[in-house]
Design a protein around this ligand. Structure first.
Ligand SMILES: [Zn+2]
Length: 307
């Protein structure tokens, strides 16, 4: 069975200013690398549909969704938080990014593909139940996880967030939902300055210092995340796939490389094979050094696709 690759043209029209690192070129850098690595033709390509309001309401307050819709500008930019703004295409992009994650769950659950990568933006893991932040508008991976529970009847799903920033929005949304385990590795102390003190039986936060390279990262992941995932026995696994911990990425100070992203992918695929029939949905989060992002996503997808 193939790996699905899900995207939508609207995701390249969302822009927050020509200076902004969360830029449309991120998606073309990924696309270019998939062609260069000769992976593109081996993937099952799907358009991301717009999310339904009922799907967003599982993880966001109605008043927040209304506020985002009302903020959508006819021209220029409208700020949602100091780092996050909307242009006239952003609402459409955010709806397709969340809808793409939902489509990924449906494709995997129906057995049409083995796993899926959602190559959409804006990213999602900083978006809380009622607040946009950190380049994120709707929490795409949370929408997807909630869809797996509500629409497909799963009882346990796990999200592995390897973005260099803490997945604070995902933690906020699922802090009282024991059917969802969140495992987040992140640079600490660092933006968004959360997660290090969390005490919650189904939230596994692993703060790591600036300068963390692949060796110590893998040790921490093996010691603190893999046993918890194994014990939880999730029926589906999700990646909040952020590549801003790459050593070429100036957004943060981790020293990860492509081989580390392959290693993480393989370890989680092992868990998925044992407990989840191999079901994995990977959702793009950060990653701002364009070449490193493209290469890292290509390595991640090559691993998912077993190519
Ligand atoms: Zn990040």
């Amino acid at each position: 069975m193939p790996t699905a690759y899900i995207t939508h043209p609207s995701c390249a029209r969302h822009q927050m200013g020509s200076w902004h690192p969360e830029c449309p070129e991120r998606l073309s850098a990924i696309d270019d690398q998939l062609h260069t690595a000769r992976l593109f033709d081996f993937l099952s390509h799907h358009d991301a549909p717009a999310v339904e309001r009922s799907q967003l309401l599982r993880v966001h307050d109605a008043a927040y969704i209304d506020a985002v819709e009302a903020a959508s500008p006819r021209e220029g930019f409208r700020a949602l938080d100091p780092d996050t703004s909307m242009n006239p295409f952003s609402l459409d992009a955010a709806r397709h990014a969340a809808g793409g994650a939902v489509r990924a769950v449906d494709l995997v659950m129906r057995g049409e593909v083995r796993n899926a990568f959602v190559s959409c933006r804006p990213p999602g893991h900083h978006a809380t139940r009622n607040q946009a932040m950190g380049f994120c508008i709707f929490n795409n991976v949370a929408v997807a996880a909630a869809h797996a529970l509500a629409a497909h009847g799963l009882e346990r799903v796990a999200i592995v967030d390897f973005d260099v920033h803490h997945g604070n929005g995902t933690e906020d949304i699922f802090s009282e939902e024991p059917r969802v385990m969140l495992c987040s590795t992140f640079q600490h102390p660092f933006y968004p300055h959360s997660g290090a003190d969390t005490v919650n039986p189904h939230i596994v936060n692993v703060p790591l210092p600036a300068g963390t390279t692949g060796g110590p990262y893998r040790e921490a992941f093996s010691a603190r995340i893999l046993p918890r995932l194994e014990a939880f026995a999730p029926q589906m696994l999700f990646f909040s796939a952020g590549f801003d911990g790459h050593r070429e990425d100036d957004m943060a100070q981790f020293g990860l490389v492509e081989a580390d992203y392959i290693w993480i992918t393989e370890r989680v695929m092992d868990v998925a094979a044992r407990h989840a029939g191999g079901r994995i949905v990977s959702v793009l989060e950060g990653g701002y050094a364009l070449s490193a992002l493209g290469r890292s996503v290509a390595a991640h997808i090559r691993t998912l696709a077993d190519l």
